[in-house]
Design a binder for this molecule. Structure first.
Ligand SMILES: O=C(O)CCC(=O)C(=O)O
Length: 392
């Protein structure tokens, strides 16, 4: 069993791999994975959850760029999510990347453990988010790595097995980066701004941040009691999610507050707005809560590409979107500062509020202090902070 544990590396208690739990727990999952009653998922057929609705599907190969931009903007205003089809990333690359990472999670435990992560950077193979001892756990393992800025990218921190993994991940990262830049232009035009405006607010092409988290959700004997990832919104800019081609799991909170099970289109990307674009767009685009359910019969793998602004740039509503009758809803804060706030918020219960008050008290200026108070008051911008640390 020792290969299932990583008790060093700064974690407050031994880290148990969910894969090992799944293999050994029989019919009953350990208490730590059981969610409180109101958080437990409904696992009825998709038609019973969210009335069979799905997030918008948008064809990115349409020749009419204005029409594409309007469709993207409408989806991101209403849902904060859409599925991008004909997006230009080769299907073979998508399948190759998924297969390579499945290959990693099927390696013997001692091979996987060579890459065990620590809470200082979260890079590598992990099984928990947040460092609160005894805190709730999600039913999933993951691998987290940096792609941009290139100073943070280090192939030595990526698995060397299977052999195709590093090359495929590199190529995948480059292509998804191009796609993100394209969607940024559509989002910017959709706000009535010059196409490069949003990208400039991120630090320009080459100035952005990007990282990848590969989630692996092992089979679970009691999927109705737990979640692969509890409800959260993404703290960064935008996420390009590649999901399993045959196992569903992603649920999105629809505009009416009901959970919708996403019915993935094969080889599509699920694109969602993160908190930073919500701030830059002065809440025109929504960073929406989502969560992941798990399956009793099948493992599931997903790849989340997080596209973020340069971490030391002040992020605030863009000036063009602020004016009489349209006040700035968020004061300025860098993504680095936001991550610090989120880490504090990762604590549980009352401690969260205390950490926010502390952040407010030590904030560098009145604007940031105001934001911290605002975040304390409104739940929608960060639904589950402990998750967010690994997106950063
Ligand atoms: O696995 C999924 O479908 C979604 C994962 C997710 O929400 C995330 O990685 O932030």
């Amino acid at each position: 069993m020792t290969s299932c544990f990583n008790s060093g590396a700064g974690w407050p208690e031994p880290v148990v791999r969910v894969q090992a739990v799944s293999d050994t727990c029989g019919d009953t999952i350990p208490e730590r994975y059981v969610k409180p009653l109101p958080e437990r998922p409904r696992l009825s057929p998709a038609s019973d959850v969210g009335g069979g609705r799905n997030i918008p599907v948008i064809d990115l190969s349409m020749p009419d760029v204005d029409a594409t931009s309007r469709a993207v903007a409408a989806a991101c205003r209403e849902w904060g999510f859409f599925q991008a089809v004909n997006h230009g990333v080769r299907p073979e690359l998508l399948r190759g990347a998924r297969a390579a990472w499945r290959g990693f999670f099927k390696q013997p435990a001692e091979v996987r453990e060579r890459y065990a992560n620590s809470p200082s950077t979260y890079e590598g193979y992990g099984s928990r988010l947040g460092t609160a001892k005894g805190g709730p756990l999600d039913w999933g393992d993951y691998y987290f790595l940096h792609l941009l800025p290139s100073s943070l990218k280090n192939h030595e921190k990526w698995p060397s097995l299977p052999y195709s993994l590093r090359g495929t991940t590199e190529e995948y990262g480059e292509e998804v980066l191009h796609l993100c830049r394209r969607v940024m232009r559509l989002l910017s035009s959709g706000l009535g701004l010059e196409a490069g405006r949003l990208q400039a607010a991120f630090g320009g092409e080459g100035g952005e941040g990007a990282c990848l988290r590969i989630n692996f959700y092992p089979r679970c004997p009691q999927p109705e009691l737990t979640l692969g990832v509890a409800g959260h919104s993404d703290p960064g800019g935008m996420t390009m999610l590649l999901v399993d081609d045959h196992v569903k799991g992603l649920q999105v909170r629809g505009p009416d507050g009901q959970w919708i099970i996403v019915d993935p289109v094969p080889d599509a990307f699920i694109v969602n707005i993160g908190d930073q674009i919500q701030v830059l767009s002065n809440a025109a685009y929504k960073s929406v809560e989502h969560r992941v359910t798990v399956s009793a019969t099948e493992d599931r793998l997903s790849m989340a590409f997080f596209y973020n602004p340069r971490s030391d740039l002040p992020i605030a509503p863009m000036a063009e979107l602020v004016g009489p009758g349209r006040p700035a809803l968020y004061p300025e804060m860098t993504f680095d500062e936001y991550r610090v706030f989120i880490r504090q918020r990762g604590l549980a219960g009352k401690a969260q509020l205390e950490s926010m008050q502390k952040a407010a008290a030590t904030a560098a200026d009145g604007g940031r202090r105001q934001l911290v108070h605002q975040l304390a008051a409104t739940e929608h911008i960060i639904s589950r902070a402990s998750w967010s640390v690994s997106d950063a």
